[in-house]
Each structure stands twice: as structure tokens, then as C-alpha cells.
Design a protein around this ligand. Structure first.
Ligand SMILES: *Cc1c(COP(=O)(O)O)cnc(C)c1O
Length: 231
């Protein structure tokens, strides 16, 4: 249980743990970036995290993001959409986000592509894969992921940068490992069969980011360890 409510202290501790995990895995700490997950956190607390050094902000809900984005327009941070994106909200997502982690269908991808074209943007995206097959999780099914990856990579106003996953919740982080391994293998396979470059693996949260880093995560999405339990 997170007791300390000091965002700066918590953030520093998470960055230390990321660096340690990278070193232990024989990777450079610079190759693993922290997305501070700020869903449900008020603007003042997001500001605190930014002042303490957070450079990437992860949000789950479009309406909440739009409000915070306007309030924090003075801050030079990158915005990451990590929630489930409805097609009719693609317009706002393209307006706000530097990276959309949660593309899970070709219909959504086409909608984002069309909105990006309108605004003259090349939108960076990740394909979210539902490795566990749990019905409560978003993401494309593992067995159709390769087709979606290929189709998304072909859209002219999207830049497909990699894959994202969210394993089931486990008390023991070791149990999440196979899901991370599978995502990395799918990425490697997509890179070689489709001859594309997919540098990013967005995987790992408060409970399991060290294991995810061992398995190749380049973006870890951490909320609770920085901000405490969400109410
Ligand atoms: C909320 C959320 C996180 C952060 O979870 P914590 O356990 O609070 O670190 C990461 N990824 C996604 C997709 C989320 O919805």
C-alpha cells in the first residue's frame, strides 16, 4: 500500500527502480521511458509531477484529457492516450495526443488517419494487443494482430511505432511475464515478416513494470506508484 503522498519523492523512486531494472536487464536506462498515468488526478497534482520531472503524461478519458490539456498548455510535456478510444472521439485524440497507445481495430485506425489528414498531422500510434483474451480488456486478439499491424502500418497519416498490452491483474508480477514475452515476440515477428520498424513496447504498470523492462518494455505506464491509490 502506498503511504507516501509526496509526488516528487514517489516519482524519483520510480525513476530509480526503472534505472535499476534496466541495468539488471543489461539495457540502457535511457531506453525505458516513464509515462506518468494521471487519470482521475486533478490538474494541480499533474503539475506537481511535471515540476518533479515527469515529461510524459498518460490519460485514459478524452473529456478529462481535454480539460487538463487546456489547463496545462503552458507545459512542454508529451501526451499519451492509453484508454479505450471510441471512433467518434478520434478527432480530439488527434488534437491532443503525441502517441495513441490503444489502436485496436482497423475502423478506429482509419478514423484516426482521416482526422490526422485533416489537420496535416502524422499521428503516432501503437496497436494494443489483448494477449490474455480476457473479454474485459481492450485490444486486438493475438491471432488477428498481425493483419491489423500490417493494415495500420499502411495508413498514410499514421506512424505505427510499436505495440501495447495490459496483462490480467496478478498479485505476483512474475505471472505477468509470459504476456510481456508474447508481446515482444509478436513485435519481433511483425518486424521481420512485414519489414517495418516497431521500436516501442508499451507494457508494465505499478505492479509489474520491472518484469516488463526485463522483457523489453520501452514505455512503462505508472500511476499508483507515483500518485498513490486512485479514489
Ligand atoms: C490506469 C492504467 C495504468 C496505470 O496503472 P497503475 O497500476 O496505477 O500504475 C497503466 N496503463 C493503463 C492502460 C491504465 O489504464
Amino acid at each position: 500500500m502506498m503511504k507516501d503522498d509526496n509526488i516528487a519523492t514517489n516519482l524519483a523512486a520510480v525513476l530509480d527502480r526503472i534505472a535499476d531494472a534496466a541495468h539488471n536487464a543489461g539495457r540502457s536506462p535511457q531506453d525505458v521511458e516513464l509515462v506518468a498515468v494521471t487519470k482521475t488526478q486533478p490538474e494541480t497534482r499533474v503539475r506537481e509531477a511535471i515540476s518533479a520531472g515527469a515529461t510524459m503524461i498518460g490519460e485514459n478519458y478524452i473529456q478529462e484529457s481535454r480539460e487538463k490539456f487546456d489547463l496545462l498548455i503552458d507545459k512542454a510535456v508529451s501526451w499519451h492516450f492509453i484508454g479505450h478510444l471510441q471512433r467518434n472521439k478520434a478527432k480530439y485524440a488527434v488534437r491532443i495526443f503525441d502517441l495513441i497507445h490503444s489502436v485496436d481495430s482497423i475502423k478506429l485506425a482509419r478514423q484516426i488517419d482521416a482526422q490526422a489528414q485533416k489537420t496535416g498531422k502524422i499521428q503516432s500510434v501503437l496497436v494494443q494487443v489483448n494477449i490474455s483474451g480476457e473479454s474485459t480488456k481492450s485490444g486486438v486478439a493475438h491471432d488477428t494482430a498481425m493483419t491489423l499491424i500490417k493494415d495500420v502500418a499502411a495508413l498514410p497519416h499514421l506512424n505505427l511505432e510499436g505495440l501495447m498490452t495490459m496483462p490480467p491483474f496478478f498479485d505476483a508480477p512474475e505471472r505477468a511475464r509470459p504476456f510481456f514475452t508474447t508481446l515482444r515476440q509478436l513485435r519481433d515477428q511483425a518486424q521481420s515478416t512485414l519489414a517495418i520498424d516497431l521500436p516501442h513496447l508499451s507494457m508494465g504498470m505499478t505492479g509489474d513494470f520491472e518484469v516488463a523492462i526485463q522483457e523489453g518494455a520501452t514505455l512503462v505506464r505508472v500511476g499508483t506508484a507515483i500518485f498513490g491509490e486512485r479514489r
